[in-house]
Design a protein around this ligand. Structure first.
Ligand code: GCB
Length: 626
């Protein structure tokens, strides 16, 4: 396996540190070795690829998954991975499986909502598909997997190609030497088993959809190819609109000798420059655009950016903007903004299941637009890249998060290594998306020194990887002194923007108690990153009747009284846009396996609270930009 990610930026040092940490950790007990971040082709959705989406044969490997794990716990390369065609009808009897006649699942897609017997299945499912391929000389080919939840083990033509841990980030495995002319096959074992030391850990409030949940493709590139680039508006010490014309970043070419020339063209911005790679194949640059319109929700301007390195050509659509914090204000292109948003899980509207199609994404953004939102928190893990693409086009600002969600083993170095790895994957995939303004490093973690050290290190890594964005986290451990809610613990010091989650009126106290609550918060921009109450669409009653739409509205109205008294409040992010599956939500007839805090039901039915926010956002009646 080629490790083509060389040391080109300070960020990469952090990445290598994470890789080293992973290498140092003894994973043999788990029979799993996370491999270093491989190429991870940036902008892969803008390349011409051979799609392997469609029907894949599958076999279920019920726990303890002896098809995948041997008695010693190690991954078996000599079982289903071989995809032999056993003698079923004649001759000596051998293996008892057969992909060729096995049923199929559609990729991308979770297995839970495709096959009723797999609805509650958490464990190992084996996927297999044949494909034709004609290798071309002087090219390299990668199998790109948009995401597979949670661990993946990949074989091509019986050769073990790679492993990956993490259910929400993409990975590439080089398959050049495994491919042959004509018919080939790929086998992927996906294990969705929850583990205490995984990220997320075992207790989650969403549905653990398993499978090859995002697009799978084969990507062929010339021997020298662009694997990574970062093209952004240069961050000056102070922002000035007339001077905001300089673009900066790097383009990295795998296999390039020092001095290899790369062209960077942005025709509509009057940029056409030749860059030279250094010994690491990296070409850092700074270039002045002749004219540049900055990206904003009002004008989500994207530029066609063309990169050429020898035979490799790639174009991407990129917006340029400046995001920073000044005191308690958030400034976009120098102007104070207030974020009017909603939380979103990657739950497909109408059909349920994991979001994986253009239509799912269009539906979600349709709801956001209808709500008059300018912001979305993509909870609690990186979503399908289509979401950020749509956000870029639609002018919706994004909070993107790694799945460090409650109950994390902060004391374990291997858990830190995983977290740092996921952070690198998330940032690498989306650093060229103008819509993404916030990287979130965690959600709701207990306040103690071990966690604070862990998250401080992670925040520092995020900053090293990307110094152009703001770092945040959703905190829920404010302590109460009478009517005062005080959030004063040290983690807030390392964040640019502080996310506060609270459920006064639902988990905590009565809705009207919010009116008297006074918050003591850090002198930083604060987002109410979660607040809300459950209501079942169609249930009506008094304002104090639990599950009634009227009560959900009542909770929010009292919240607004409280929130209007927080001077540094810079955003509203109700929990949550749409009801979502969560197997722990077991109140029959009301929840039926869904968290009902949505402003809409999973069928897209608008509850009264949806209209409340629609109006508040249209009138800008809660919260101020400065
Ligand atoms: C929270 C969590 C979120 C849950 C939500 C709830 O604090 O961050 O993941 O789904 O509360 O509904 O309980």
């Amino acid at each position: 396996m080629t490790h083509s990610c060389s040391s080109r930026t300070a960020g990469n040092k952090a990445l290598r540190l994470a890789v080293l940490l992973i290498a140092l950790c003894d994973f043999t007990v788990f029979s799993f070795a996370q491999q270093p971040l491989r190429t991870l082709l940036v902008g892969v959705d803008h390349r011409t690829v051979i799609s392997l989406d469609g029907d894949w044969h599958y076999l279920v490997d019920q726990p303890p998954a002896r098809g995948l794990y041997g008695n010693d716990g190690k991954v078996r390369d000599n079982g289903y991975a071989l995809n032999t065609h056993p003698n079923i009808n004649s001759g000596p009897h051998n293996d008892e499986y057969d992909f060729a006649t096995a049923p199929t699942l559609e990729v991308p897609g979770d297995w839970n909502t495709q096959e009723p017997t797999l609805f509650r299945f958490e464990g190992v499912v084996w996927y297999q598909r044949d494909f034709d391929f004609e290798p071309r000389p002087n090219t390299r080919t990668f199998l790109h997997i948009g995401a597979a939840n949670y661990k993946s083990f990949v074989w091509v033509n019986q050769m073990r190609i790679c492993d990956h841990e993490g259910g929400f980030t993409p990975f590439d495995c080089e398959v050049t030497s495994a491919l042959k002319p004509g018919s080939n096959f790929v086998v992927i074992a996906v294990d969705s088993t929850r583990e205490v030391d995984a990220i997320p850990s075992v207790g989650i409030d969403w549905f653990n959809y398993g499978g090859l949940t995002r697009d799978v493709s084969l990507v062929s590139v010339p021997e020298r190819f662009i694997d990574d680039y970062d093209i952004h508006l240069k961050r000056e010490t102070t922002f000035s609109l007339p001077n905001a014309k300089t673009l900066a970043g790097y383009v990295h070419v795998v296999g390039a000798a020092a001095g290899t020339s790369i062209t960077l063209r942005i025709p509509e911005a009057g940029v056409d420059v030749s860059l030279l790679t250094n010994a690491e194949g990296n070409a850092p640059f700074e270039v002045k655009a002749k004219k540049l319109d900055l990206w904003s929700p009002q004008d989500p301007r994207l530029y066609r950016v063309e990169l050429t390195a020898g035979l490799d050509k790639l174009s991407d659509d990129i917006g340029f903007r400046d995001i920073r914090v000044e005191g308690t204000r958030i400034l976009l292109n120098g102007k104070a903004i207030f974020l009017q948003g909603a939380n979103v899980h990657a739950e497909a509207p109408y059909r349920t299941g994991r979001v994986c199609t253009d239509e799912d994404v269009r539906n979600i953004f349709g709801f956001l637009k209808d709500l008059n939102a300018n912001f979305v928190r993509l909870a609690h893990y990186p979503h399908d890249e289509r979401m950020e693409r749509m956000a870029d086009r639609d002018g919706i600002m994004v909070w993107s998060e790694i799945p460090l969600w409650q109950h994390i083993s902060f004391d374990k170095p291997e858990v830190y290594a995983k977290a740092s790895f996921m952070l690198s994957e998330m940032i690498r995939r989306d650093r060229n998306k103008a819509s993404v303004i916030l990287w979130s490093i965690s959600n709701e973690t207990a306040n103690n020194p071990t966690r604070t050290e862990f998250l401080t290190n992670l925040a520092n890594e995020a900053r090293r990887l990307d110094s152009t964005r703001l770092i945040t986290s959703a905190l829920n451990t404010a302590h109460r002194k009478g009517n005062e809610m005080v959030l004063d613990y040290p983690l807030a010091n390392v964040l640019d923007v502080v996310g506060v989650n609270e459920y006064i009126g639902w988990y905590d106290k009565r809705p009207e108690d919010a009116d008297a609550v006074q918050w003591t918060l850090p002198e930083k921009p604060v987002l109410l990153s979660e607040f809300g109450a459950e209501a079942k669409f169609g249930v009506h009653g008094g304002i104090d009747q639990r599950w009634a739409e009227e009560q959900q509205v009542n909770v929010y109205q009292h919240q607004f009284v409280m929130l209007n008294k927080i001077p540094q409040l810079r955003g509203l992010v109700p929990w949550i846009l749409m009801d979502f599956r969560s197997p722990g939500r077991n109140i029959p007839k009301l929840q039926d396996g869904f968290n009902r805090k949505g402003l809409l039901s999973e069928k897209g039915e608008k509850k009264q609270a949806f209209f409340l926010f629609q109006k508040v956002y249209a009138d800008h009646s809660v919260g101020k930009a400065e």
